[in-house]
Design a protein around this ligand. Structure first.
Ligand code: FMN
Length: 222
């Protein structure tokens, strides 16, 4: 295993926003979780817990979530950023426009952009969804550890030929998720990861995001 191998895996992964309907075998999902759980966590607390749906459970969840999204108010356990100032806003707009350009949403077409945003609540038609939660008492560090787990899950899945997308949008309906999946109130619902096999013919999967260069993100001392 070389850095080039890992780099190739990192370059291959992308957030998949259109899926085929065929399910991922349980054995493959278990192998992905088995690999992802190797990430480090503070005190080795391993705060992540997953609720993973398949088959009819995904279909029932998708339809309940969509209904919730059309009628319910956003109420995430972990407050969403109030704003994305400066360069963060620039990057957010850039990747948003990449998606809109790919799927043909034009500037000012609110109906089309809302329709694309609502695809989050179809789980982009993925056959599986994992809800990721962390104990509230572990606070920001629990969430930090879970962030590492989410990344590892996405990379392990990519290595297994399975496409993924982390979704904070799903976590915006936290009270509904707690009640629907019976996730205790003392756990913070952080995000979902929808996953399955990518529909590579769909334009939503036809673009790749960029990254700031190393010198922009490192202040070298010495
Ligand atoms: C914690 C987290 C939450 C995210 N939430 C959403 C989401 O709700 N909807 C969405 O379309 N993409 C979501 N994304 C995907 C990001 O937009 C994506 O990772 C970013 O634009 C970089 O693109 P890439 O993953 O294709 O490399 C999320 C990613 C992360 C890590």
């Amino acid at each position: 295993m070389t850095l080039d191998d890992l780099d190739a895996l990192m370059m291959a992964r992308f957030s998949c926003r259109a899926y085929r309907s065929d399910p991922v075998p349980r054995q493959t999902i278990e192998a992905i979780v088995d690999t992802a759980r190797r990430v480090p966590s503070w005190c080795n607390a391993q705060p992540w817990q997953l609720t993973i749906t398949s088959g009819k459970e995904t279909e029932a969840f998708r339809s309940a979530l969509r209904q919730q999204a059309m009628s319910g108010a956003h109420d995430p356990d972990l407050a969403f950023p109030a704003s994305y100032p400066g360069v963060y806003g620039d990057r957010r707009r850039t990747c948003g426009w990449q998606l809109y350009d790919a799927v043909g949403v034009t500037k000012g077409d609110r109906e089309a952009s809302n329709r694309q945003a609502m695809r989050n609540f179809d789980l982009f038609d993925a056959p599986h969804c994992a809800i990721v939660s962390s104990p509230a008492e572990l606070g920001a560090y629990g969430a930090l550890d879970c962030g590492g787990f989410v990344t590892a899950f996405c990379l392990a899945a990519e290595a297994a030929g399975v496409a993924t997308i982390p979704q904070a949008a799903v976590a915006s309906f936290a009270p509904f998720l707690h009640s629907y999946f019976n996730i205790p109130e003392d756990r913070l619902i952080l995000c979902a990861i929808s996953f399955g096999y990518a529909d590579m013919g769909d334009p939503a999967n036809g673009f790749r995001t960029t990254r700031a260069p190393v010198d922009e993100i490192v202040e070298w001392r010495g």
